[in-house]
Design a protein around this ligand. Sequence first.
Ligand code: UD1
Length: 336
Amino acid sequence: MRGDGMEATDRMTVLVTGGAGYIGSHAVLALRDAGRPAVVIDNLVTGFRWAVPEDVPFVEGNVADMDLVGRIIAEHDIGAIMHFAGSVVVPESVVDPLKYYRNNTAASRALIEAAVAGGVRHFIFSSTAATYGIPEAIPVTEDAPQRPINPYGMSKLMTEAMLADVAAAHPLNYCALRYFNVAGADPQGRSGQSTAGATHLIKIAAEAACGKRGHVAIFGTDYATPDGTGVRDYIHVSDLAEAHLRALDTLMAEPTRSHRLNCGYGRGFSVREVLDAVDRLTNRTIERRLEPRRAGDPDALVADNRAAIATLGWTPRRDDLDTIVRDALAWERGLK
Ligand code: UD1
């Protein structure tokens, strides 16, 4: 014990890749709020320098640059990595699969090699519900078959596979967090989804509510769901960031165990329900245009989150669609 109420391990410095991006920046804020040291590496292709607080060390660079990452690990005595950096647009992955195998799979391979060489003990990986493909049963448990239906999901699944093999061979444990639909923004207004040309429903609806788009398309009304539109499990980005801190503690507490855990609330909302919430909270009516199904969209995707809650001791605090939408709207209003 250090005598100041903090174990030495709490001071372990975390390298956050993609820390200037949407989810990564919220994780950096959560680490900083908890008084835990972090260093960010981000190539600023989709991230923003302003999203990282000035007092957090920042390196502009590529996670596939093993020399650079090796130097950061040595210089900052990095004990754990939270790996958010990557490409995330599913339709783009279908037309440009090699970009996804480069930015997600190959870059992760290099990063993991640098982590092993540098003696990093813990690795937290941003995986995705897209690794399940079209699930046979809802809610989806972690042992459901992983059969991605797009290169994005496959690029992430390949990284999960690498981590499993590496953890068996080297003194490193990992937690793959399989995100469902991440939305919302920091309740204190310090970060939010800022990428131009977003494809995510809540972001798009927030843009429409702020007059930045004329309408929202509803992709498919004939799904096998109660109102015919796609059902998803939306999770507040700050709850997800908190899950990463819990994952780090869990990995440190039992360094020989690794985990693969769903991150969602275990409850689904349809596209219409999401748009209804936006209308209700803004007292406006967004124009909805009914359009054909988008390729590769499953009817419903809802997490069984019991393992994450039990394993991580994670308590979701913003499990409420209106809260998610309200925070997304507040952020969108503040964006130029
Ligand atoms: C997808 C991935 C998810 C990944 C995320 C990252 C799958 C199954 N899921 O989420 O793992 O993390 O992308 O990019 O591949 N919708 C509309 N109109 C719109 C936009 C969306 O109706 O303008 C509908 C979609 O058809 C879907 C729902 O809204 O039913 C959510 O879509 P979106 O926000 O794009 O996320 P996913 O495709 O579910």
